[in-house]
Design a binder for this molecule. Sequence first.
Ligand SMILES: [Zn+2]
Ligand SMILES: [Zn+2]
Length: 512
Amino acid sequence: MKWREIVQKEPSRVVRTLRLMPGRSTKEGDTQADIYPALEVVKEVSMEGRNGTESETWISLVDAGLADALCKNVQEMVTFLNALPGMPRELLEKTKRESDQVYSIFYEPSDLTVQIIARHWKYSLTPDDTKMTAAMLNMFLQPDHPRHVAYVRSNGLDSSVSLLLSKILIGVGPTPTASKQKQAKALMAAFADHFVRLSGRAASAELDFLACIIGAAKHEQAEPEIAKAVLKSTPFWNAMFRLLKKSAKPSAEVHGHPVDPEVEKKHRFYVMSNIVGTTTNIIHDATFENPRECEPLFRIWANENLFGALDEVMEQLVGINGMTSAYASLLSRNAPEPVSVQIGRLTGVLDNVLKQGTPALRQLLRTQFPRWRTLSALIRHDMQRQFQAGPPQPFAPGKIPPPDSNIWDHGAWQCFCALQWSCIDLRTACGKRGCDKAATTIVCQCQVVRYCSEACQIKDSKEHNLVCGHMPLVETVNAQNKMGSALKSSPTEKEMKPATDVAGPDGLEDLD
Ligand SMILES: [Zn+2]
Ligand SMILES: [Zn+2]
């Protein structure tokens, strides 16, 4: 076959052919009629790869601009699919007749569309490219999405999301025959790679895809390797927390283009609240499903600077209404969850993990606290809400307060304090973060925080002064909480399986 040879020898010709407009031809004489045969060969190449290495042909195609060229085709397909529901029959027939090459990639019964899109999502170089391929994969994974329905119906395929998940994994994996574990690892590596360079709207789309793929895997109980890879991927979490930090800073342009400040802010806030929401959901679910992975995950988070990132963004974060990602809706958490609820849940779960954790975990966390900036932002937010709405209504037994109740704002800093106090005992330890010395008689004017030396007190003053005036209040609440938890252990602690009761050298596998 002609194109099989061309794809080996002239990758740029393949790309130019895929980009042809109607009535045009390449200098070699290829026309639009060549798009389909060329695509077929591209599909084959995308599935190649031997001995665990990337296919060289594929790489040369990607280098020649394949991702962009395929995106152009995909874009046309999206337009068709958009027009599908309620589209007049004649128009549909006409579209089919005139564009069958492009159309067929979507409607071939044995089609590899999802693998191909997944593959060039992985290799996408421009933010637009990443955004669009992520959005496409995202829509395939949502069973109610009209495009998912159209795709499945026209392919005569099993409608299961799990089938599509496995196609995505094959698409991003090192080879089609690589183990699921390697494929899932490659998926997380691709997310990490993208998060590092994306911001704004492209980052939002990428986060939606992430939430969707995790949600879909969970919902369908398919591809358990994805959930495991999420818990283990250090580069992924590093990139997530870097993106979180980056999103706290306003920017006059995104990816080199000037943007409307309001739009830019909207996307940054969306990114921030979704990172915190997704992070919270992941550890929350892991406590039930993979309790043994919680401590290793917590370690990764501490090492990759979760608390440093939260310190930088909390001021802005607390005012955001919350996440409405695909993950949330797949899990029927349809109502946007205020960030205060997320922070309360996140720190509450982490506190439980810490309490059941090893001394090594406590040792690691000891270096991460105190975080006065975070605490100050949470307390000031609570005060502001109380100033507007009055003191929060007390909990009624058996009734969960609505998401907009300011009890959540009031609870968030208390949960954060509980975690902080579990990490560092400020009665005996120096109050300067990163100092591992014991406190001496040097007491701050709040009478709560002590230091090892004047040098530490001076170094800490800028951050601690943000919250110094509130420390007596913090101390009162803290003492009450201590009494409360001494009287009865919380139900969540009892529900959680202890992390130590499963034996085996490589624990994760024997849990399923
Ligand atoms: Zn010190
Ligand atoms: Zn003080």
